[in-house]
Design a protein around this ligand. Structure first.
Ligand code: XMP
Length: 520
């Protein structure tokens, strides 16, 4: 992975107490080119020791938590974690926990401290090295550390928190009541760098793309002489996982792309062309008719999703059985793994597996997840290094059930054709405009509303297409894009001119929430 003497990168373990910014801490450490892994808060010293297989562990960060130490069953550290000799930095709840474990006074303050706060830096040393006497920090806590035993030095305070930052006088223990990982803490990056680089002595020797050779070797070692199969949707994650697996296994990898006929313009052809060129052993299951048949006469969105999901599983299972693949490769990425409660070292091989969230009724000898340690932007960097084209590496999110959830009501071949053309126009115009760099997702929806129009000199009672362009960070919330009028005008003119039967184009000006990004 890295370039240190032992061939492993230096890294930091982050113990997750359930705080909403835990991922952000891991990201900030990686942005410094230092590897990081998130472990459950009760990870034992032995589990921390096991990280030595992938990194030179240099320090530990304790995350925040929605819990309160005043409650009996609030999350705690395992015995011995503070005594490993490694530097430890507690953030928010982690800060309070270190104080509490050493007999400090932690209790509910009279006031909560929330948002941007001015902190007075009393001792600009250690984690706070180089800071000004007053700094803007971001706080979010109800409990407060009011006092510490003499073995600690108080390094900062605010109007509400008398102990807003501390360090132990003889042990490598540090605490910050605020969140340095959040951008609103003005010198947050410097504080984390003081800890990770100076105090822990981490070398900046990790790059996501250094991991390609390690991942390839891991796949080879796990699969031996057997065959593996992957469901290749053409999305970023499955494409990068397939490219890595193909590098490891050559034609012992079988990639299956299910063309259910609900893809966008030329999408399946692009997947076929890209991966065939790379020499990947690819099966394209062209099963459009089968899906359309099943969807005939079904207007309900949830019913459509269910039919598509089940049919997808059946097609993939048939190919898996036919090829005799013993292993399944999945494009699971780091946030998926943490969110589904994965604990390091646990056994993932179960009777029902998952392909992009779909339960499979088939036994595999093992599941390999080569992207399990990477964030989305790191996966994109790997994809670029593996020579995947920008059309795949930079691909916008696309739902598994495809265009079916962008046609309101029953899906027919004719409607699919109209929507595919409208979607292609939206994509072309957005990608040719300034929105290219800011839009998270851009799409067309074929509504079931008809309205009167005039084409040529004739009256037409045609279909309405809705255009949706949104900005988002992670798809959980989104804002409609305040797109330039000329871009919207070009989209509208082209859709009504080029697609017969469409007489009206509307622009969706709803944020998420209250609306979702997709219409169904
Ligand atoms: P919503 O519509 O819930 O979508 O705001 C959030 C993000 O998820 C995508 N999406 C899906 N992706 N299978 C997927 O793989 C699905 O069934 C699905 N439904 C929505 C959506 O495109 C957006 O990026």
């Amino acid at each position: 992975m890295g370039t240190s003497e032992q061939g492993k990168p230096d890294g930091i373990a982050i113990l997750d107490f359930g705080g909403q910014y835990c991922h952000l801490i891991a990201r900030r450490v990686r942005e410094m080119s230092v590897y990081s892994e998130i472990l459950p808060c009760d990870a034992t010293p032995e589990e921390l020791d096991a990280l030595k297989g992938v990194m030179n562990l240099k320090g530990i960060i304790l995350s925040g938590s929605p819990a309160s130490l005043r409650l009996k069953d609030s999350p705690r550290l395992s015995e011995g974690v503070l005594e490993t000799g490694l530097p430890v930095l507690g953030l928010c709840y982690g800060h309070q926990l270190i104080a509490h474990l050493h007999g400090g006074e932690v209790r509910r303050g009279e006031k909560r401290e929330y948002g941007i706060t001015e902190a007075t830096i009393d001792a600009p040393e250690g984690v706070l090295k180089g800071l000004e006497p007053r700094e803007r920090v971001w706080m979010s806590h109800g409990d407060t550390v009011f006092s510490l035993p003499d073995e600690f030095q108080v390094q900062a305070h605010t109007d509400i928190s008398p102990v807003a930052a501390f360090r132990h006088k003889t042990k490598p223990l540090h605490g910050l009541q605020w969140h340095p990982e959040v951008v609103h803490t003005q010198k947050g990056k410097e504080m984390l760098a003081n800890f990770v680089l100076d105090i822990c002595g981490s070398k900046q020797n990790w790059r996501p793309t250094d991991s390609i050779e390690t991942a390839v070797k891991e796949i080879r070692d796990a699969i031996g002489d057997s065959k593996a199969i992957i469901a290749l949707s053409g999305g970023v994650d499955s494409s990068v996982a397939a490219a890595l697996a193909a590098k490891a296994l050559g034609d012992r990898l079988v990639a299956v792309h299910v063309d259910h006929g609900l893809m966008r313009m030329n999408e399946s052809d692009n997947v076929e062309e890209t991966f065939s060129k790379m020499g990947v052993n690819l099966i394209v299951a062209r099963v459009q008719d089968r899906f359309l048949e099943k969807l005939r006469g079904v207007p309900d969105p949830e019913e459509k999703r269910k039919i598509i999901g089940e049919e997808f599983i059946r097609v993939f299972e048939a190919e898996a059985r036919r090829t005799g693949a013993e292993y399944l490769i999945q494009g699971t990425i780091y946030p998926d793994r943490i969110e589904s409660g994965f604990r390091s070292g646990s056994d993932r091989i179960k009777t029902h597996h998952n392909v992009g969230g779909l339960p499979l009724d088939i036994e595999f000898k093992g599941i390999i997840e080569p992207l399990r340690d990477f964030y989305k932007d790191e996966v994109r960097a790997l994809g670029a290094r593996l020579d995947l084209p920008p059309s795949i590496v930079e691909r916008q999110p696309f739902p598994g059930p495809g265009l079916a959830v962008r046609i309101i009501g029953e899906v027919t071949e004719e409607k699919l054709d109209s929507l595919r053309r409208a979607d292609a126009i939206v994509c072309e115009e957005v990608e040719a405009s300034s929105l290219r760099d800011t839009a998270w997702q851009y799409l067309a929806v074929l509504t079931d509303t008809r309205s009167t129009g005039v084409k040529g000199d004739e009256r037409d009672y045609g279909l309405t297409v809705a255009v949706r362009i949104v900005e988002s960070v992670d798809g959980m919330t989104a804002s409609f894009s305040k797109a330039p009028w000329d871009v919207l005008e070009r989209i509208s003119t082209r859709i009504t001119n080029e697609i017969p039967g469409v007489t009206r184009v509307v622009y969706d000006i709803t944020h998420k929430p209250p609306a979702t990004i997709e219409w169904e």
